[in-house]
Design a protein around this ligand. Structure first.
Ligand SMILES: NC(=O)c1ccc[n+]([C@@H]2O[C@H](COP(=O)([O-])OP(=O)(O)OC[C@H]3O[C@@H](n4cnc5c(N)ncnc54)[C@H](O)[C@@H]3O)[C@@H](O)[C@H]2O)c1
Length: 276
């Protein structure tokens, strides 16, 4: 599905980014994996062979994001896909305790980095005179409160506007921008949030998977490869007429209300009629 295509994937040392890199290479792409985790990223690229190159980069630096595009072009000759995926909760403070510095740090990673990825990949696509696909990992936290901290949710909500705006500004060029909104997916982002050591990560994630699977309509928690498959579709020509959208990949979590209001009303109505 991606024969001859070249992609940059940020946050590719772990979780969804890593699964996306593996999937893209399986489908014929050349991939630049970028992450701040040097050892994990280098090991991942080595496992993927000649089709992959790891670059240690901090996406909160716009210059480093720009240089990722340059590395892709210098190494593999072009750029076709940008997967702007790196992210983390950063600051979990409730809004009434959130500091300007905490909000800034959260936005630097979860919004500014995506803006830089859009800017530099779209410039490269235009310079090449080719179509291109920009895919951003957002979150269901953009749609509903309660999935993560407020600062993170605000950043993820802003991603929706970034994607639509970019789609509009690139009308008629074949340059597309779409977001994937994952639900709860079993990756290191969760173990990092709860201070779980790497050696006990699998055990912890299996435990969460058992607890939360039933909260989805599909009946299981998300896996990194579920997101990678959505990214493969959005990177490929199969999605050639799709731009400016935000695709929830959440096992159906956001399709239904978690709120118990309707069952409470039903219970009350039953009691009410029994009483009268
Ligand atoms: N796992 C979930 O439940 C979930 C749900 C919704 C959205 N997301 C989003 O999915 C994306 C991928 O997260 P994941 O779940 O695979 O977690 P993960 O922790 O496994 O992967 C995130 C990667 O991003 C990297 N990263 C963090 N800061 C960086 C920086 N400044 N520069 C470069 N790389 C950096 C990390 O080192 C890590 O390898 C994130 O944007 C996250 O917000 C995750």
């Amino acid at each position: 599905m991606l024969d001859g295509r070249v992609a940059v994937i940020t946050g590719a040392a772990s979780g969804m980014g890593l699964a996306t890199a593996q999937t893209f290479v399986e489908h014929g792409a050349k991939v630049v994996l970028a992450d701040i985790q040097g050892e994990r990223g280098a090991a991942a690229a080595a496992r993927l062979g000649d089709s992959a190159l790891f670059v240690r980069a901090d996406v909160t630096s716009a210059e480093q994001v720009e240089s990722l595009v340059r590395v892709a072009v210098d190494t593999f000759g072009r750029l076709d896909v940008m997967v702007s995926n790196a992210g983390a909760a950063v600051d979990l403070s409730p809004i009434d305790e959130l500091t300007p510095a905490g909000l800034d740090r959260t936005l630097a990673l979860n919004l500014q980095a995506h803006v830089a990825a859009h800017k530099h990949s779209a410039r490269q696509f235009r310079a090449q005179g080719t179509p291109g696909s920009i895919i951003t990992t957002g979150s269901v936290a953009a749609l509903q409160a309660g999935w993560n901290g407020g600062a993170y949710s605000m950043a993820k909500a802003a991603v929706l506007a970034l994607v639509r705006q970019t789609a509009m500004e690139n009308r008629g060029t074949g340059i597309r921008s779409n977001a994937i909104l994952p639900g709860a997916v079993l990756t290191s982002i969760i173990t990092d949030m709860f201070g779980v050591s790497r050696d006990r990560e699998d055990e912890f994630l299996a435990g969460i998977g058992d607890r939360i699977g039933g909260e989805t309509l599909i009946g299981r928690a998300g896996l990194a490869r579920d997101i990678a498959h959505a990214a493969l579709f959005l990177a490929s020509d199969l999605s050639a007429w799709i731009t400016g959208v935000a695709l929830p990949v959440d096992g159906g979590s956001t399709a239904v209300t978690k709120d118990a209001t309707v069952s409470l009303i039903t219970e009350f109505a039953t009691e009410f009629h029994t009483r009268s």
